[in-house]
Write a protein that binds this ligand. Sequence first.
Ligand SMILES: [Zn+2]
Length: 195
Amino acid sequence: MAQRCGVCAHPRIGEIEERLHGPHNVSYLSREFSITRQSIQRHRANHLGRLELKERLDEAEPLPPQASAQDTFLASYLQSADVREALRDAGVTRATLRKWQEHDEGFALRYHQAEAETIEVLEAEARTRAIAGSKMIRRVYRQGHLYEEIHEYRPSDAMLVKLLQAHRPDKYGDKLAITQTTIVKAVDAEAWDAV
Ligand SMILES: [Zn+2]
C-alpha cells in the first residue's frame, strides 16, 4: 500500500508546491504548514510536479463529442422540466451531466437558463391551477355513446397554499393557522369574480 504523503494530502498543497519550485527553506515551510521536514523532502524528491501533471492531463483529456447529447438533454428538459427524463432521452448519466456543468461553461450557462425558464413555466402553471383551476373533463356515457361532456375548472387550494408558502415563508411557513384558510378563501373569491 502506498504511504500517505503529508504534502500530497495537505489542503494547501498548491501553495506548498509553488514555494518548493522557488528558493525555499524546508524548516521554515515545515513550521508554516505544520508538516514534518521529512515529508517535505520526500515530497520534493518524489512527488513534486505530480499535481500539475495531473491538472494538465485533466485539461488535455478531451470531452467526448457531446454537443448533440447536450442539445437533446436541454430540449427534453425544457419540455418536461424533468432532469431524469431528459437524462434518459439524451442517453447520459447524472455523472455526465455534472461533468458538463463543471467543465463546459457554454453548457452550464444554457442549463442555467433552461432551469430559470422551467421554473417560470412551472410557476405560471401553478398560479393558473391555484387561481383559475385546472381543466377537468368528465364524459358521461350511456349505452356506449357519449351523452355528455362536462368541462369544469377547479382551483386548487393546496397549490395556492404552496405558492403562498414559497413566496412568503415567513408568513405561511409551518403553521396551518386559521388566518391562512381565511386568506385562501378570500383570494379564491376574488379569482372567481375575475373569471
Ligand atoms: Zn507528496
